[in-house]
Design a protein. Structure first.
Length: 118
């Protein structure tokens, strides 16, 4: 099982980006999926998560600007980021709790850089 993230880049403040993260491999079930981020010199923080039935949670700093969603048929989670601010600059990581033939485990994507210029 692996997660492949894409969609990062450089954008001006106020702009938008959409991150995607696709899970592949011998997957039986994907439980919670989430996006984390880590800026230089800081700890990795949870940005948003979504349960298997679509319930969502957001960190206060992105509430109302970011939207997490998932396509269960494609084993993919998305993060739509609008009204981006320079403080959103970080490496963004997707995370998923997945049941496979190896059991139930947590998996991480490789990280994608998001840079917001002022």
């Amino acid at each position: 099982v692996q997660l492949q993230a894409s969609g990062g880049g450089l954008v001006q403040a106020g702009g938008s980006l959409r991150l995607s993260c696709a899970a592949s491999g011998s997957i039986l079930r994907i439980n919670d999926m989430a996006w984390f981020r880590q800026a230089p010199g800081t700890q990795r923080e949870l940005v948003a998560d979504i349960s298997s039935d679509g319930a969502t949670n957001y960190v206060d700093s992105v509430n109302g600007r970011f939207t997490i969603s998932r396509d269960n048929d494609k084993n993919t989670v998305y993060l739509q980021m609008d009204s981006l601010k320079p403080e959103d600059t970080a490496v963004y990581y997707c995370h998923a709790n997945i049941l496979s033939w190896l059991g139930r485990r947590d998996y991480w994507g490789q990280g994608t850089q998001v840079t917001v210029s002022s």
